[in-house]
Each structure stands twice: as structure tokens, then as C-alpha cells.
Design a protein around this ligand. Structure first.
Ligand code: GDP
Ligand code: IMO
Ligand code: MG
Length: 401
């Protein structure tokens, strides 16, 4: 039995989806354990190009069970749409399950997110995620198991309305609830049975994190954060098993930095510097939000951020994605510290390698300067980098044993 958790080390969009799709070959179960369809996890494999929002990225690997776990916020329409999309693409969705304890995103959460963003926004994805978690904390929110009984579901909505929190339309047409119920009740599963059953059966469980360390609701840069816990420990909290059982914690880092939404971003580049790394949006690995299509803010790699993420998570190993995107740079800057008492970066400049790494298969065959860049990060953060991403597709991964 092995439990691994893969999380983002930066501001999200580090390439977690691609790495989960790659690592799923060694898993028997993949679990999305927090967040909702604010996620956009890009997967490129033989089935096509996918921007996954809520279904775990293990779904493309035959035989792997996929659980949308208890700590998630699930929009039923988005889930149904994603299942349909996957089925149309020829992906077997028979192994997808939904925790009966997962909370559901309702139309009024999305309306409230939009109106709050309009007034005093923090740049959310406007998917109603924070509002769903707020109603969960108030204990006025429908859970997936409520779909078993439409009248009970309506009662939960009524009790949310009675809380008198905002002037919102809390009603959902009965036909809509019935449609959700018809489609999603067959997916409902007892998450504790599933997870503990897999542990007892000596399976390999891979927990798929959403977003990154800097956006954790408690430990990130509040209020410019999401509403869930983006650290590895939360896999055990929401999964309902001892944190002592987590065997491997994998941090995914992009070889530079990107962020969407408001909030400080110390290593942000100038527009001229960032344009080549961002791309035009034509390619699936260009830097545009996989959920919102927003142009991502781009920055140099920030080792203070990676060290902070390591402190929160305790990584056993890291993945460094998008190394290939640095191929054309003559010089690469890395933030090694901040000026005392500020968030003003102090940079080291390293020579680039000015050659194509996208076809390289082994660490030994990487250009010397690329190896130096990787080793420098390993030394500074204090974590070995086992996986190096050199292209957006599933198998564009160099394993550094
Ligand atoms: P996630 O939210 O962490 O799953 O990451 P996203 O999918 O939102 O963003 C990562 C982007 O980088 C996507 O466009 C991926 O296709 C792309 N990507 C991931 N790994 C690599 C890599 O090693 N090389 C290149 N060129 N693109 C990558
Ligand atoms: P993945 O899983 C990047 C950001 C939003 C905003 C903040 C709060 O693909 O890495 P929210 O809608 O969660 O209330 O927004 O978090 N954000 C993301 N940024 N990748 C994501 O997911 C994100 N999910 C939320 O831009 O700053
Ligand atoms: Mg993403």
C-alpha cells in the first residue's frame, strides 16, 4: 500500500494535471480532495487535449478508480458536462465516483461570487467556490447524498434561504434537481469505504491537489487566496485517514512562475519579458487560464515561494515542469531571497542553455546549464527533483532517478 499526494508549490497551474495523468500508471485510485471547478488541469494524451475541472486526472488510465472526494465543492452541471465530454472523447468513465459527503455548488453561490467580485473583488474564478465552502461552514449546504431525495434537497435549499444571508434566489427548479439526481446518484460512493477499502487491499492511492501553496486559505496570502486547503495534509483530513499513512508528498513547480487573480507577485516580469513565455494562447501550453482563459501573470522562479511550500508540505520529491519553455532564454533569473523585511526579490542570474530540450529523454542528455539550473533549485530548496517536464504531453517527462 502506498499513499502519495501531489500538490502545487506556487500559485496554481504548475502542471499538476499532466503529472497526475503521467503518474496514474502506478496508481490504483486517484482522488481529487479539495477545490472545485476553479481548477483547470491540462492533460494531453492519446485521447486528446483536456482541461479537467473536477474529474480526477486518473480517469484516462484504464483500471484506475477515480474519486471526487469529500473536501471538494462540486458543481453538478459542470460534472455532468465533463463526464459527457470525456465519454464523447472515448474515455471510460465507469470508474468515476462522487463522495456522498462532497458539497455541491448551487447557482446562487455563483451569483453571489459574481456580485462580491463586482464590489470588492480578489480576482476569483467566479465559480462560486468560496461561497459553497462558506455555506458548508454554516451547515446550510446541499451535499451530494442529498440528491438521493429531491424533497430533502429542497429542504436544504429552503434552510439556506431562511438564513437570510443575502437577497438571492435560493430555489432550483425541481426538474434540475431531478436531472442532477438521475445522472449523479449512480456515482455516489461512501468515501471512507472506498479509501479504507483501497488501503486494506494494498492499493496505491494518489491524491490530486488543486491550486498551490501560496493560495491556501489559512497559510497563503490572505485575502488573495482560495477557500480550501491546498496543502498535502488536507488529503488525510478530507480523506478520513491517518496523516501517518501518507508515504510520498510530491511538489509540482513550474520552471518559472505564473499567477492569475490579484495579490502580490514579487518576481513578476515586465510585459516584454513575459510575452515569449506566455505565448499567444494558440497552444495548449500557453499561459492562459485553463479555467477562465485569463492571461496569466508571469514571473521568474521564486525560491522563497518554493521553500515556503516545502515548509508547509515537507516534500519528498518535486516535479519541475516547463523546463522546455526556458530553452530560448540567454539568461535566467532566479529569486534566491527577498531584501530584508520586504518582498523585493534578490536575483541570481544563470546562463541559459539555448538549445531544444523537448526531445531529450534522460537527465544525462540535458544541456549542462539546464542540469545546473535543476541542481541549483534542488540544493536551495533541499528537495530532489525526480521528474522534469519537457513538453505538455503525458510522456514528456524525464525521470531523474
Ligand atoms: P495545473 O492546474 O497545475 O494542472 O496546470 P495547468 O494545466 O493549469 O497549467 C499548466 C500548463 O503547462 C498547461 O498548459 C500544460 O499543458 C502545460 N505543461 C505542463 N507541463 C509542461 C511541460 O513540461 N512543458 C510544457 N511546454 N508545458 C507543460
Ligand atoms: P488549478 O488547480 C490558478 C485563484 C483565482 C484567485 C483565487 C481565488 O488549475 O491550479 P477562487 O475562484 O478559488 O475563489 O479564486 O485563486 N485560482 C487559481 N489560480 N489555478 C487554479 O487552479 C486556481 N483556482 C483558483 O485566480 O486568485
Ligand atoms: Mg490549472
Amino acid at each position: 500500500m502506498a499513499i502519495s499526494v501531489i500538490v502545487g508549490t506556487q500559485f496554481g497551474d504548475e502542471g499538476k494535471g499532466k503529472m497526475v495523468d503521467y503518474l496514474a500508471k502506478d496508481a490504483t485510485m486517484v482522488i481529487r480532495y479539495q477545490g472545485g471547478d476553479n481548477a483547470g488541469h491540462t492533460v494531453i494524451n492519446d485521447y486528446g487535449v483536456f482541461k479537467m475541472h473536477i474529474v480526477p486526472c486518473g480517469v484516462f488510465t484504464p483500471g484506475v478508480k477515480n474519486l471526487i472526494g469529500t473536501g471538494t465543492a462540486v458543481n453538478p452541471d459542470v460534472l455532468i458536462e465533463e463526464l459527457d465530454m470525456l465519454e464523447t472523447a472515448g474515455v471510460d468513465i465507469s470508474n468515476v465516483r462522487l463522495s456522498e459527503r462532497a458539497h455541491l455548488v448551487m447557482p446562487y453561490h455563483i451569483a453571489l461570487d459574481a456580485s462580491m467580485e463586482g464590489r470588492d473583488g480578489i480576482g476569483t474564478t467566479q465559480r462560486g467556490i468560496g461561497q459553497t465552502y462558506a455555506f458548508k461552514s454554516l451547515r446550510k449546504n446541499p451535499r451530494a447524498s442529498d440528491l438521493l431525495d429531491v424533497s430533502k434537497f429542497e429542504n436544504v435549499l429552503r434552510s439556506a434561504a431562511n438564513a437570510g444571508l443575502a437577497d438571492l434566489n435560493y430555489s432550483v427548479p425541481r426538474e434540475t434537481i431531478e436531472k442532477w439526481s438521475k445522472r449523479l446518484v449512480p456515482l455516489l460512493a461512501d468515501p471512507l469505504e472506498m479509501i479504507h477499502g483501497e488501503i486494506s487491499a494494498n492499493g496505491n492511492l494518489l491524491f490530486e491537489g488543486q491550486l498551490g501553496a501560496m493560495k491556501d486559505v489559512d497559510l497563503g496570502e490572505f485575502p488573495y487566496v482560495t477557500a480550501s486547503h491546498t496543502t498535502a495534509a488536507y488529503a488525510a483530513v478530507s480523506g478520513g485517514f491517518s496523516p501517518k499513512l501518507i508515504g510520498t508528498i510530491i511538489g509540482t513547480a513550474k520552471a518559472f512562475s505564473s499567477a492569475v487573480g490579484a495579490g502580490s507577485f514579487p518576481t513578476e516580469m515586465s510585459e516584454a519579458e513575459s510575452a515569449p513565455l506566455r505565448g499567444t494562447g494558440e497552444n495548449p501550453d500557453d499561459e492562459y487560464g485553463a479555467r477562465t482563459g485569463r492571461s496569466r501573470r508571469i514571473g521568474w522562479l521564486d525560491l522563497e515561494v518554493l521553500k515556503f511550500a516545502h515548509r508547509l508540505n515537507g516534500f519528498d520529491t518535486m516535479c519541475l515542469t516547463k523546463l522546455d519553455k526556458l530553452d530560448a532564454l540567454a539568461e535566467i533569473k532566479v529569486c534566491v531571497a527577498y531584501k530584508s523585511g520586504t518582498a523585493i526579490p534578490i536575483y541570481d542570474a544563470m546562463p541559459g542553455w539555448l538549445s531544444d530540450t523537448s526531445k531529450v529523454k534522460t537527465f544525462a542528455d540535458l544541456p549542462e546549464n539546464a542540469k545546473s539550473y535543476i541542481r541549483f533549485i534542488e540544493r536551495q530548496v533541499g528537495v530532489p527533483i525526480k521528474y522534469i517536464g519537457n513538453g505538455p504531453s503525458r510522456n514528456d517527462v524525464i525521470v531523474n532517478e
